[in-house]
Structures are given as structure tokens and as C-alpha cells.
Design a protein around this ligand. Sequence first.
Ligand code: NOJ
Length: 563
Amino acid sequence: MKKQWWKESVVYQIYPRSFMDSNGDGIGDIQGIISKLDYLQELGIDVVWLSPVYDSPNDDNGYDISDYRNIMHEFGSMADWEEMLGEMHKRGIKLVMDLVVNHSSDEHAWFIESRKSKENVYREYYIWREGKDGKEPNNWESVFSGSAWKYDDQTGEYYLHLFSQKQPDLNWENPQLRSEIYDMMKFWLDKGIDGFRMDVINFISKVPGLPDAPNPEGKPYASGHDYFMNGPRIHEFLQEMNEKVLSRYDAMTVGEMPGVTPEEAELYTGNDRNELNMVFQFEHMDVDSGAGGKWDVIPFDLPKLKEILTKWQTGLHGKGWNSLYWNNHDQPRVVSRFGNDSEYRVESAKMLGTLLHMMQGTPYIYQGEELGMTNVRFESIDDYQDIETLNMFKEKVQEGKAPEDIMASIYTKGRDNARTPMQWNATENAGFTAGTPWLQVNPNYKAINAEAAMKDPQSIFHFYKQLIELRKMNPIIPYGSFELLHGDHPTLYAYIRRYEGEELLVVGNVSNETGLFEAPEDVKINEEEKRILISNYGVEKMESAQRFELKPWEVRVYKYPAN
Ligand code: NOJ
């Protein structure tokens, strides 16, 4: 397998709105980020993925871009951004920018022109269609509820928006649009950035004719996924982007790709494919979603999670590359989701971090994960800010669902769980802002914050620091093979990695009860030469690794020469 710097790196995701506010307006900003770069250097991460900082009316917190070449005023200026890049590079930290080109904002100059008339030169930058029988052009549902089409009076046609009405989809069929995007990418790469994270990049090619989606239940709108995920021209577009832009830079590229399989991921990331470096897929994030989708919460099923992650570990090995993550700005906090965020918060956060960081792929740490930040429960829907959550709430209330039940799903799955301000210290508003935060701080900040974590050698922060270091010291972590043990076990997560005559044994207890690990007959652990790489409880040196008891949420990683 080819060695690459981005296979050996650990990425830290910053959601700028919630990271650090330097000027007291309640909104995180670039100077705030600069003030925390020493903290990131101390943690030891290699790359920052910065969620969008471009000009935006913030209908979807920056994922609706009105000017791709300027910085959002609330976040600072281009000079601030340049200073930030310089300060990152000085500390050996690379910067990966968010590239949101499936859609723009409806306030982007292209769209303002495009909607003016059917003859406008920018008309074909977006996807306009006539209505069908006095209704939308097709029955696709927006990811953010309701129809994916919006009628526009000025020309009497509809435009497609897979996300909010203020996020019109760009028309990648138009070569002129594609070439503008490539120029814009070069603009940032020439400024010295180190790569792009590409927002829902596998949505950019739509099936021609935009056919209606099957709708057996006769709902008002239906999921059009099959007509825009991994669409017919997607590989052609990415290969063109690669040829025209990416191949000319040493850039790391990660494609956010809902609904992708390992077989498709191989096409997106295979060595000889000239597309992207890695995918960022969601299959393991759907493990607690029922047939009704994300808000239809079902109990967490560990064997199912193991099955999914194993499929990715073995399916892409030697063929392509995947990201490893438990959290991002769209997901609830993992310690609340798969761990125990009360009695065993510290133990379970460390255990989950270990299970993930010992796998193959590029790990992503989402801000606050290294502190074990938890989900939040705001009393009223009015305390929430996220457009996805607010639209869904409105829609479900209209359908007659009980508000308490909707709130329960928001507590478990809502995106604002990830977006509460970063908890820096125990002072008011967690030290995030001197003003009023745009989204309330999680009230547990007095106990859970960076200052306290940095002082405590047993903290999750220091443990994550170790996990990051281990990846650097042990090529078996990025490059080894993977074998799952005891796949059906309801509470143990165990696997073996193998590489050049060495083995790693990883065993975690995903439970509030004690557990017992016994290596299967055919697995022989080298007891004589084994050593503990990392663990979240003390381990006796003499203790057997072949068979041992685990405390609640205990995790151990052994390394030894293969027998
Ligand atoms: C995925 C992003 O991660 C999410 O935050 C955003 O709302 C959608 N794409 C639309 O850009």
C-alpha cells in the first residue's frame, strides 16, 4: 500500500461559529481560532478541516455561500484568514478548506443573475424547470423537509434545491460553471491551503430528465436519492476536476458522500482513478436510525455497528481510503450516543476514541470531542437554531406528532448537539464569548472544559494526545490489515491488526457491566513479548491478554511480534 502523508495524519474539525469568539459578538471568528492554535498544537493534530468561512447569509451556517472568494464579515477579513493560515503553517498544521459546490446561496451573484430571465447568461448555472400539471417539476423531497423545488415568480419556473430554499443546486452539466469552480479552487490553493473537504460532492451529477422517485406510500414528496447520489457523470466530473486542478497541487481531498458503498468508494479513491484521496461516508452513523430516517431513532446495536465498520475496514484495504469519525457538526456527540455521558463519561469517551483511532483510515476529531463534550437538552424549540431541526419540527407538528416526541428525537439526533459553543473554561459562557453566544452553551461547562482537561493528566484530552502520537509511531495503525473478533458479541468490540510481523490486539467493553474477553482458539497472542500501548484503566503487567476481565467501558491495546 502506498504511503501518503494524509494516511498518517489526524484531522481536527473546526466549526468556526462555535469555536472561539474574539470580539464579543457571540459568534466564533478567525482571530478566535488563531488564539487557540497553541491548544491544537499541544493536542498534536496535523490538519485542520475548517467548516465554511466564506461570505454567507447563514441560512445553513455558512453552507450557503454567497461569495466563494471572500470571508464572512462576522468571522473577520481576508487579512485575518491569511494570518491564520500563516500561524497554522508555522506550527506545522495544515489547512483543509470546505468546498461547498453542490449548491450556492440564493444570494450569490450567479443566482441573482440566473433568476432574472430565462435568457440570462447565468441561467444555466442552476437547475430551472417548468412546473408539471401546476405542481413542482418532480416529487423529490428536500433533505431539509418539503419539496426540493421552489417556484420563482420572476420567470414562472422552479429551481432545484436539495437542501434549503436558500441553497439552489448548481448545474454541473454546464461546462462554464465547472470551469468557474475550478478557477475558484485554484484561487485558494494558490493562497497556500493544503486541501479541500468537499460537501456532499457525490450529489453533483443528477440523472438526466430528473424523473419522479418511487413513492409507494403516496407521501407528498419522496426521496430522490437514487437520482442524485453517485449520479451518471460523477466520476467524469471528479476526474476533470482532478486533471484541471488537483493533480497540480499536493492537496488532500476528502469527499463527503452520503449513501456511498465500499465498492463505490474504491472508484472515488482508488490509486489509479485520479479522483479524490478519501471518502467521508455515513453508513455507521445510520446504525441508530430506523426505516423513517435519521429522526426515527432506534436502539444502538453494537454487532450491527461492528459489521458496518468491518465491511469498510476490509472492503477498502489496499484499494482505497476512508475517513474515521464519530462526530462532526451534523452528528450528535458520540459519548452521549454510543457511550455513557454520566457515570462513565471519561471512560467511555476514551474507549470509543481508542476503538476508532486504532483502525485504518484518517481519523477526524470534532471540536470538543477531545474533552468528552456531550449532547444538550434545551427546554424549548425556540432555543434551537439549526434549520434542519426547525423545519423538521414544523413539519412533524403539522402532521400531528406530539411535540414531546419530536423534542426527544432532537435531543438524540439534532445537529445543535454538536454546535453548542466550545467549552474552554469554567467562566461565564465557558470562556467562548464575552457577549451572548449565538447558541446557548451546554450547562455542563463548569465540569467539562479545556482548561480543566489540560491540567488533569487522566483527562480525555491527554488520552487523545496519546492516541494521535501512537498513529505516528506505529505504521501498523495506518497500514495494517484488520480482523474482527467475536463479531456477534453484544458488548465486546475486539479486533486484530497485522503488519510486517507485528500485531495489535484492541479490546473494548461497550457496557456499564464488567465483561470477559477470551481470544478465539486460532488467535495466539504472544504473551511473552506483548506490551500495552494504551488503556483507560491500569493493567497488571503479568496479566494474560489471551483471556481477561474488563471493567465497565475498559479498553486495552496490546502490541506484540506475531507468533
Ligand atoms: C453537509 C454539511 O455537512 C451540512 O452541514 C450541510 O447542511 C449540508 N451538507 C448542505 O451543505
